[in-house]
Design a protein around this ligand. Structure first.
Ligand code: NAD
Ligand code: UDP
Length: 365
């Protein structure tokens, strides 16, 4: 289910039709929703991904689409795209602590070398380029809520630094390319986003809790559970990314994109238990090092410059996400589920212009 889909295309048709758009990280959670959306609105999309955390299953519905192509490529290597490129969304980077800490040196290189390669492509092709930055640039923040002016509180030598400092360095490169080479840049600082197609084994809190609740397994609360996050449904984020990309040239960001509804980790655990009608118990585990205590975006800039604010309530977004994971865990078993999903996707790929390509019935399990 794409619960916010009707709200996604807030950009006038005259602006949005017919771009040739590169999406790095397009086979991942957010990237595949973005590819889906861009194809639906009439772009030609070139998805570039090394499949580190992404999956072909996420993009299988579009593989036969005449306006979609996939390049398996690591953005740490120079990018070569034939022909013109109007827009580049740089999403390639593992995003969950579990995955970005799996190969920390590789993560830092993806952030920095990847940004350089993407920016060089933008410079050569005169394309507009958007960086998927993150609330992690604020670290464990001392300012609450976090506004874009806040320069952050990041431990440069901790286990999260490969990602936090990598993303900070990438922002630096974006602004230097803008100042030195006049590249048109857009920097989005994305806060915790959730929805269908999150990886089941991603380690992120929403997917972990939902899968644990559905399986009747203990809900693993790290630390006291009093730490907070603010969760944005993926459809809202896609709309924000599009609006930022198509905003006036003078709008470079950084621009926070997130849902300011703040909730403790214990509260979201209880909400997921209630919405999934699960009897799982809460089990406390040690808090990971440098885990931020509070996080909530100040979104005044997005409201003023883009006319954007989230529209999907947590309850509604969780419903869609729980439905997605329920299907994957359904009694038919994993392989049968994948096979049926794949055939549903293949059927939909034959009708590429329909606006319901991505919904909660599609699983990346
Ligand atoms: P994801 O792990 O699902 O997607 C990342 C994609 O990038 C995957 O398909 C992966 O295979 C690909 N990738 C990783 N390294 C690569 C490389 N070197 N070359 C090419 N492809 C590579 O994560 P996501 O949640 O979809 O996040 C997408 C982007 O948004 C990331 O840049 C992330 O930092 C940013 N972001 C996400 C969140 C969130 O809550 N999901 C929050 C803040 C920022
Ligand atoms: N978390 C948790 N149990 C889990 C996974 C995460 O309590 O099974 C906590 C984690 O310690 C953090 C919050 O939930 O405080 C969000 O974690 P996530 O990895 O989703 O995102 P991030 O820390 O990058 O914001």
């Amino acid at each position: 289910m794409s619960v916010g889909r009707k709200n996604r295309s807030a950009v006038p048709a005259s602006v949005r039709r017919g771009h040739r758009t590169v999406v790095t990280g397009g086979a991942g959670f957010i990237g595949s929703h973005l590819c889906d959306h861009l194809i639906q609105r009439g772009d030609s999309v070139i998805c570039v991904d090394n499949l580190f955390t992404g999956s072909m299953r996420n993009i299988r519905p579009f593989l036969n689409h005449p306006h979609f192509s996939f390049q398996q490529h690591d953005i740490r290597e120079p990018l070569s795209i034939a022909g013109s490129v109007d827009r580049i969304y740089n999403l390639a980077c593992p995003a969950s602590p579990r995955h970005y800490q799996r190969d920390p040196v590789g993560t830092m290189r993806t952030c920095v070398q990847g940004a350089l390669n993407v920016l060089e492509l933008a410079r050569i092709k005169s394309s507009r380029v958007l960086q998927a930055s993150t609330s992690e640039v604020y670290g464990d923040p001392e300012m609450h809520p976090q506004a874009e002016e806040y320069v952050g509180h990041v431990n440069p030598i901790g286990p999260r630094a490969c990602y936090d400092e990598g993303k900070r360095a990438a922002e630096t490169l974006f602004f230097d390319y803008h100042r030195v080479h006049d590249v048109q840049i857009k920097v989005a600082r994305i806060f915790n986003t959730y929805g269908p197609r999150m990886l089941e084994n991603d380690g992120r809190v929403v997917s972990n809790f939902i899968v644990q609740a559905l399986r009747g397994a203990p809900i693993t609360i790290y630390g006291s559970g009093h730490q907070t996050r603010s969760f944005c449904y993926v459809d809202d984020l896609i709309r924000g990314l599009e609006l930022l990309m198509e905003s006036d040239k003078s709008v470079t960001g950084p621009c926070n994109l997130g849902n300011p509804e703040e909730i403790t980790i214990e509260e979201i655990a209880r909400q997921i238990l209630s919405q999934s009608r699960s009897n799982s118990e809460l089990h406390h585990k040690p808090l990971p090092e440098d885990d931020p205590k509070r996080r909530k975006p100040a979104i005044g800039r997005a409201i003023t410059s883009l006319g954007w604010k989230p529209a999907v309530a947590l309850k509604t977004g969780l419903e869609a996400t729980i439905a997605y994971f329920s299907l994957g865990i359904a009694t038919h078993g994993r392989e049968a589920t994948v096979a049926s999903i794949d055939s549903a996707r293949a059927a939909r790929a034959r009708q590429p212009r329909r606006r319901d390509v991505a919904d909660s019935r599609e699983s990346s399990f």
